[in-house]
Design a protein around this ligand. Sequence first.
Ligand SMILES: Cc1cc2nc3c(=O)[nH]c(=O)nc-3n(C[C@H](O)[C@H](O)[C@H](O)COP(=O)(O)OP(=O)(O)OC[C@H]3O[C@@H](n4cnc5c(N)ncnc54)[C@H](O)[C@@H]3O)c2cc1C
Ligand code: FES
Length: 256
Amino acid sequence: MPQSQQQSRILANDPLTAEVFRLTVYSPEIAVAAAPGQFVMVQVSSSLDPLLRRPFSIHSRGADGSISLLFKVVGRGTALLAKARPGDKIDLLGPFGRGFDLSAAEKPVCLIGGGMGIAPLLFLAQELPGRKHALLGARNRDELAPLAKFFADIGCAVQLATDDGSLGHHGFIPDLLDEVLPDVSQVCTCGPSPMMRGVARKCRAAEVSCQVSLETHMACGMGACLGCAVPGRDGSYVHVCKEGPVFNSEELPWEL
Ligand SMILES: Cc1cc2nc3c(=O)[nH]c(=O)nc-3n(C[C@H](O)[C@H](O)[C@H](O)COP(=O)(O)OP(=O)(O)OC[C@H]3O[C@@H](n4cnc5c(N)ncnc54)[C@H](O)[C@@H]3O)c2cc1C
Ligand code: FES
C-alpha cells in the first residue's frame, strides 16, 4: 500500500502513566493503508528542530479513520510529543515497513510483548481473526495494567509478568511460554532483544514459527540512509525500515 504524508489532527493524548502516552490522531489515508507491524515517521514539532522524524509503531486503528501510537518519554522528541494537545496538528509519514505475516492466522497465535514493544501487538490482535493469547511484560503494575486491559477488552487471553512482581508472574515473559507453545501455530513478538531471543530459542526448540519486530535506531525510515542496517543471515545487511521491522527469527543470525 502507498505511503502518504498527512497533517493529522490530534484527537487525544492520554497519559497512561507519568511517562507513557497514547496519542490518537485522525489520519484516514494512513489508517486505511496500514498493516499490523508497520510504523509511521512522526515530525515531533512544528519547527525543524529536532530535524529527524521519530519512528513509532501503529498501536491501533479505529473505525473512524484514526490511528493510535503508544509511546514512552525517553528523550527530547518524545517529551515534545507528550505536550501535544487535542486539536493540534502533527505531521505523519507512512505507513512504512514489512508488517507481520498473517497468512496462517486462522490458527491460534501467541503475541509476546515487553515494555513499549507491546505497542504494535494491539493492532495485530485487532486484525487477527482467530484465538489469540497475549503474554505481556513490563517493569511494574503501573506500566502494565493499562496496556493489559486493552488486550483483554478485545478478547485476548492475557498473561502478565513484571520485573518487580507487582502484577502477574515475577520474572520474564519467556518463562510463561512453555505452557502456551503446544497450543499455538505461531508466535509474534516485539520488545527488548534478550526477551525476543529467549522467545525465538523456545520457538525453534518447539518447531513453532516466530516473527520478531526489531526497533533499531532509524533516520529516514524509507531505505535511503542505511542507518538501520543490521546483519542478515547470509553475511549481508538488511534494512530494518524496509525489509523489516518484522522478520522471521530464522532470517536473523541469532545464536539460539
Ligand atoms: C520501527 C520502530 C518502531 C518504534 N515504535 C515505538 C513505539 O511504538 N513506542 C515507543 O515508545 N517507541 C517506539 N520506538 C522507539 C522510538 O522511535 C524512540 O523511543 C524515539 O525515537 C526516541 O525519540 P526521542 O527524541 O525522545 O529520544 P532521543 O533523544 O532520540 O533518544 C533518547 C534515548 O533513547 C534511545 N533511543 C532512541 N531511539 C531508540 C530506538 N529505536 N531503540 C532503542 N533506543 C532508542 C537513544 O539512544 C537515547 O538513549 C520505535 C522505534 C522503531 C525503529
Ligand atoms: S532508516 Fe534510513 S535506511 Fe533505514
